[in-house]
Design a protein around this ligand. Structure first.
Ligand SMILES: [Zn+2]
Length: 247
């Protein structure tokens, strides 16, 4: 499943390539009605956690969630016919983006947009230090173990399984227990510091000195201390931990 850094990267790329332009919008697959958007100007593209919102002049926002399998394909060859499985194609003056197999691609009128945004917790890639107190409060007051709570998009928006493993390792916190406000704040600080590196790199970056390495995620041994990495289900997803360093 794509994590927040990849959604924010999509938003940034599409904003840079298409915002301000009148787009040719189509659905080669036919499972999306492009009529409200075709020939309209794209104003902005924003990521909120794992949700993308495209705002158009004179049309409701367009809401995309990639889910497990969704991808965007980008091309600067506008004459290239899109894949027939393309749910949504956004073509600007020089580049086009094709959306394949999203879990959601729908018009989102304003009341539904407001409800979606209200349902999401703070996003470490959007609010920076300003949301720290609220983010720490939400995580510390969650009923679930921290490893389940950080994946709950109504607690924090955008954290997926790989970031969970790496952030909890760096904070020295075992995912199966709960955290206090102080620990939650430290975890938030790590997320606010590291997730932007992931946006630039296009992958989870938990060690700026070794961007291609992970500490514990999907490893057999801890990269820091060499202890065997433990894996077990927490919050319905496999959690990888260093039993020696995470308490
Ligand atoms: Zn270790």
């Amino acid at each position: 499943m794509p994590e927040a850094h990849s959604l924010h990267r999509h938003a940034r790329d599409q904003r840079a390539a298409l915002a301000g332009q009148v787009l040719a919008v189509s659905s080669p697959q036919g499972r999306f009605d492009p009529a409200p958007y075709d020939g309209h100007r794209l104003l902005d593209v924003q990521a909120y956690g794992k949700h993308l919102l495209h705002s158009f002049e004179g049309a409701p926002d367009l809401h995309v969630h990639l889910g497990l399998k969704g991808v965007f394909l980008r091309t600067d060859d506008l004459s290239l016919p899109p894949l027939r499985s393309t749910r949504l194609r956004l073509a600007g003056e020089r580049e086009a983006f094709s959306l394949i197999a999203p879990s959601v691609c729908e018009p989102l009128p304003e009341p539904a947009r407001d409800a979606l945004l209200a349902s999401l917790g703070p996003d470490p890639l959007r609010v920076g230090a300003a949301g720290r107190e609220e983010a720490a409060r939400r995580l510390a007051s969650a009923r679930a173990a921290v490893g389940a709570a950080v994946l709950d998009q109504s607690v924090w928006a955008g954290i997926g399984n790989a970031w969970r493993a790496e952030l909890l390792f760096l904070a020295g916190i075992d995912p199966a227990r709960r955290v206090d406000v102080e620990e939650a704040g430290r975890l938030w600080d790590l997320a606010v510091r590291l997730l932007p590196l992931g946006v630039d790199a296009g992958q989870v970056v938990s060690d700026p000195a070794a961007p291609d390495e992970r500490w514990v995620y999907k490893r057999s041994t801890c990269r820091r201390c060499g202890a065997p990495v433990a894996s077990r289900s927490v919050g319905g997803r496999t959690a990888w931990t260093c039993p020696r360093e995470q308490r």
